[in-house]
Design a protein around this ligand. Sequence first.
Ligand code: PLP
Length: 224
Amino acid sequence: MQDSSKARLLQVRDALEAAARSADRDPAEIDLIAVSKTFNPDDIRAVIAAGQRRFGENRVQESLAKWPDLREETPDITLDLIGPLQTNKVRDAIGLFDAIHTLDRMRLARALMREMERTGRRPKLFIQVNTGSEPQKSGVLPEAIDPFIAEVRDLGLDPVGLMCIPPVDQAPGPHFALLRKIAARNGLARLSMGMSHDFETAIQFGATDIRVGTAIFGERTTAH
Ligand SMILES: *Cc1c(COP(=O)(O)O)cnc(C)c1O
């Protein structure tokens, strides 16, 4: 399994490059986040040994259990939080993550701001947009996003980009296009979009940060 994760990582990197070239983009401007949720430290070590340095997790508790040791072994790792963040986990999250992709409410923005001022740590922030307006999904609704970005900036935060997870039952292209449009009109440079099954499409639509789990680590056996 661990040998094959290396082969899969190389395949994903090849596919990233091919998608970038066919979209007339420089592959170097697209960053791969290897999503390691549910996988254990040895699975992750195999991917680190294959050269990957940026990882994503979607739970703070799980990350606290896995990553401090892994980072001590390999200090140049960066870690992204790509799952929902509760305000009572903000302190842990600011302490552990280099980027947070799921800012989606002012209460969370204020908690992040306070903790960033207290610690001097400044993880990159992405604002999650619920592009499909799905009731069960987190993220700011498209009709509320411009004022939300303005309010976040007024507070003193400086988000780097936007993140979305398109509805599972729809073609992702229009959602990626919408995210790109919102980012462009708000002067945001980075687009966190694209997963194992749609990262090539996301690259076509301007993704700068793709979040790929299964295609690198294999199928997850634990429900998440
Ligand atoms: C799990 C997860 C991914 C990776 O999904 P795969 O289909 O395994 O590539 C990407 N983004 C988020 C927010 C996730 O929770």
